[in-house]
Design a protein around this ligand. Structure first.
Ligand SMILES: C[S@@+](CC[C@H](N)C(=O)[O-])C[C@H]1O[C@@H](n2cnc3c(N)ncnc32)[C@H](O)[C@@H]1O
Length: 214
C-alpha cells in the first residue's frame, strides 16, 4: 500500500480544477499515485509515468492497463527529458529517488518543463527519513504549500488564483510558506542528522542555500 493514497482526494480535485493535457510523474513504483491521476483524469489528456526498474514497470503496466491515456515509460528520467518541450507539462509529480542530490537534479532539470500556469507536486517533503525533498521544495521561487499527512505532498504553482483556491479549499489540511520554513528550521536544529544526510548525499551543508527559479 502506498502512502500516496492519502493524497488522492487532492489529486482528484486538482485534476478537476485544471483539466491537464499532460501529467508527468517521475517515479512510478508499482503505479499507485499514477492510478490516482488516471482515475481523476477520466480519459482526458495524457498521463506519462516514468520508472527505471523493470519489476516495478511490469506491476505498473498491470495496474494501469485499463487506463488508455496512461503511458508507462521504462527508462531513467534523465534519458527521456528531451522528449518534453519546455513549459509543456501541466502537472509534474516528482517522486523518484529521495536523496538530496537526486531530488535537486530532478527539480532543476524538470521544473522548466512545467507550463507557466502548471503545478509541481513533490512527494515525501515531510518524511522523517529524508531531508532532501523538503530542502529542495523549500528552495523553489514559486508559492508553495505542504499537505503534511502521508509523508508530505508539496504543491507549488505560479498560478496565484489556483494557489488561492487551494488555500481556501484545503485550509484545514495544508501548511503555508512560513510554516515550511519552520519545518526546515526544526530539521536544522537536529544538525547532526542533517549533516549526516548531506554527507551521505555528497553535499556540503553550507551549500544548501539556493533558489530554484521556476
Ligand atoms: C517513491 S517510489 C515512487 C512511488 C509512486 N509515485 C507511488 O506513490 O506509488 C520512487 C520510484 O522511482 C524510481 N526511480 C528513482 N530514480 C529514478 C530515475 N532516475 N529514473 C527512473 N526511475 C527512478 C524508483 O525505482 C522507485 O520505484
Amino acid at each position: 500500500m502506498s502512502n500516496w493514497i492519502g493524497h488522492s482526494p487532492f489529486a482528484q480535485w486538482l485534476v478537476e480544477k485544471t483539466s491537464p493535457e499532460l501529467v508527468v510523474e517521475l517515479g512510478t513504483f508499482t503505479g499507485f499515485s499514477a492510478e490516482a491521476f488516471a482515475i481523476a483524469m477520466m480519459g482526458h489528456g495524457e498521463l506519462h509515468t516514468i520508472e527505471m526498474d523493470k519489476a516495478n514497470i511490469d506491476m505498473a503496466k498491470i495496474t494501469l492497463e485499463e487506463y488508455k491515456n496512461a503511458k508507462v515509460i521504462h527508462n531513467e528520467f534523465d534519458n527521456v527529458i528531451d522528449d518534453y518541450e519546455d513549459h509543456s507539462i501541466d502537472i509534474l509529480h516528482i517522486d523518484g529517488d529521495h536523496m538530496f542530490k537526486s531530488v535537486l537534479n530532478d527539480a532543476k532539470k524538470w521544473i522548466k518543463k512545467i507550463s507557466l500556469d502548471g503545478v509541481l507536486l513533490m512527494h515525501d517533503v515531510f518524511n522523517p527519513s529524508f531531508i532532501g525533498p523538503l530542502v529542495v521544495f523549500s528552495s523553489l521561487s514559486t508559492p508553495r504549500v505542504i499537505f503534511p499527512k502521508a509523508l508530505g505532498l508539496g504543491v507549488s504553482t505560479a498560478n496565484t488564483s489556483l494557489m488561492r483556491e487551494i488555500h481556501l479549499k484545503w485550509y484545514d489540511e495544508i501548511v503555508g510558506q512560513g510554516v515550511i520554513g519552520d519545518m526546515l528550521n526544526l530539521w536544522q536544529i537536529n544538525g547532526a542528522l542533517v549533516a549526516a544526510l548531506m554527507e551521505k548525499a555528497g553535499i556540503q551543508q553550507n551549500n544548501v542555500e539556493f533558489v530554484i527559479e521556476t
